[in-house]
Structure formats: C-alpha cells, structure tokens
Design a protein around this ligand. Structure first.
Ligand code: ADP
Length: 263
C-alpha cells in the first residue's frame, strides 16, 4: 500500500475524532504515560468517549497502566481493520505493545520502520467515533516525535507533562516551539510529582516549588494541574492496575478529574 493511500485512511479515521491531544514531555520518566492513562480514565468517568494511542514504539507502557498485557493482541475484523482493545469504563487502547510477543523483547527498529508502524496502526485501527484521542508520544522533542505528530492530521493541541525540577530548564519553551512547528497550540501543562504529602499532613516539595506557575504565566499557558508523588501510583502501575479507578478519592485522581473537565 502506498503511503498516500494510508494517509487517506488516517485522515478518514481521524475525522471521526473530535479532540486529538498529543501528550509530550522533554525527557523520559516524568510520568507522561501515567498521566495519559489517568486522564483517559478521568475522561471516561466524565462520560467522554476516549481512546489512547501509544506512539512510544520503543517503550510502549501505557497499555500496562490501563491493565492490559503485552502480547494480548488487537481483534482484527473482516474488512481488514483492527479494533482497539476496550478497557472498562470504556477506554479504547491501541498500542504496538499489544502486538509484541512479550515485554522482554526489545524493539530495535530504525526510525523509518517505527514511523511506518505508526502509520500502519493509525490507518488500520478503527476507533469509531471518539470525543478524545490521547496520543502518548515517545519522550523528547526530537525528529521521531516530529515525524509522528506530522502523520496525525489536525492535532488539537499538546499537553506538556513535566516535573518541577525540569520545568525551569526551558521545557515549556521547547514544547511551545515544537508545537509551533506543527501549527498546533499547547493546551496546558500538567506538573507531575509536584509534592509529597506525609502521613502527618506536612507537604514536601521534593523536586522544587513554584516554577510551574511562573513559567506558565510567562508563556500564557495554563497550568492545568499538579499531581503529587504517591507510592500507590507506582505500585498500581507496577501491578498493571488503573490507579485512577483503584484510588478514586486520592488527591491525584481528584486533580485528574479537574484536568479532564478543563481540556
Ligand atoms: P514516562 O512515560 O514519562 O517515561 P511513566 O509514566 O512511565 O513515565 O512513569 C515513570 C515511573 O514513575 C513509573 O514507575 C510510574 O509508576 C512512576 N510515577 C509516575 N508518576 C508518579 C507519581 N506522581 N507518584 C509516584 N510514582 C509515579
């Protein structure tokens, strides 16, 4: 199949999705996949039709944070399309991670092959009608991320995930100039690992404090929410459980609901 034919299919599929939000970070390990998964769960809890596309081909992990196993596959249909896997309460997930045999097999693909895998998935996954598609990008703002975001037509905007110690390092500036290149706005910043609340109630700003507000106002970008450090988050993710559903009353989950209502 030619790239043009695939691109036409992608355009057709993406037309049925109202908001396409690309989740970006400037480095790995800041919780981008966790934020994507939690936001998807919060949007679904708010009654939105939501899909999650894992575009992090080299390190797909968002499917696991949504309770799915590597290698479980995606159901193919007679017309040659593939259905996303549906997770209660109605989150549709498509990821190369579902198609890989197991976690231990590293994907050592060159850029061009990764890009064509992304294109193929976007052309053949039948999302149906969605309100939101959250796209979990690979970490960084390099060429690979640029290529991926250029494949997806009319991205509504970028959601920047960062941690306090990173935010001062022109993370926002980088994200803004990246978004400009593909002519989409930055919807807002989610600051993850903002603070830790001790059992005695005291708050500790492990990675620093205050920069997010300052930089958000400097760039005229909304600081959508601050997610605390919570050992229950790491623990739920490691067990392959959806943190938001297991801990609906937690500070983090309340914050995700707030963000879901604002995007
Ligand atoms: P990224 O996608 O940016 O590489 P992940 O979402 O994979 O980052 O998160 C990295 C690790 O940090 C995971 O083990 C995750 O469970 C953990 N984590 C993310 N956010 C938090 C948080 N707010 N509190 C505790 N652990 C977190």
């Amino acid at each position: 199949k030619t790239i043009q034919e695939q691109q036409m299919k992608i355009v057709r599929n993406m037309r049925r999705i109202r908001y396409k939000i690309a989740v970006i970070s400037t480095k790995g390990g800041v919780g981008k996949s966790f934020v994507t998964a939690s936001l998807a769960a919060a949007l679904a809890a708010e009654g939105r039709r939501v899909g999650v596309f894992d575009a992090d081909i080299s390190g797909p992990s968002v499917h696991k944070m949504l309770g799915l196993n590597t290698g479980m596959g995606m159901p193919s249909q007679l017309d040659g399309t593939v259905k996303p896997v549906e997770v209660p309460p109605g989150i549709k997930v498509a990821s190369i991670g579902l198609l890989l045999p197991m976690d231990e097999v590293p994907l050592i693909w060159r850029g061009a092959i990764k890009t064509s895998a992304i294109r193929e998935l976007l052309a053949y996954v039948d999302w149906g009608e969605l309100d939101y598609l959250l796209i979990d990008l690979p970490p960084g703002t390099g060429d690979e991320v640029l290529t991926i975001t250029q494949i997806i037509p009319n991205i509504t905007g970028f959601l920047v995930v960062t941690i306090p110690s990173e935010i001062a390092k022109s993370v926002v500036k980088k994200a803004v100039s990246f978004a400009k290149r593909i002519e989409a706005p930055v919807i807002g910043i989610v600051e993850n690992m903002s603070y830790f609340r001790c059992s005695d109630g005291s708050i500790h700003y492990i990675f620093g404090r205050g920069a997010a507000e300052e930089i958000a106002s400097q760039y005229g970008i909304e600081l959508l929410g601050k997610i605390p450090i919570d050992p229950a988050i790491r623990e739920a993710n490691d067990r392959g459980k959806i943190f938001f559903l297991e801990n609906p009353k937690s500070e983090a989950s309340k914050e995700f609901l707030k963000i879901a209502r604002r995007i």
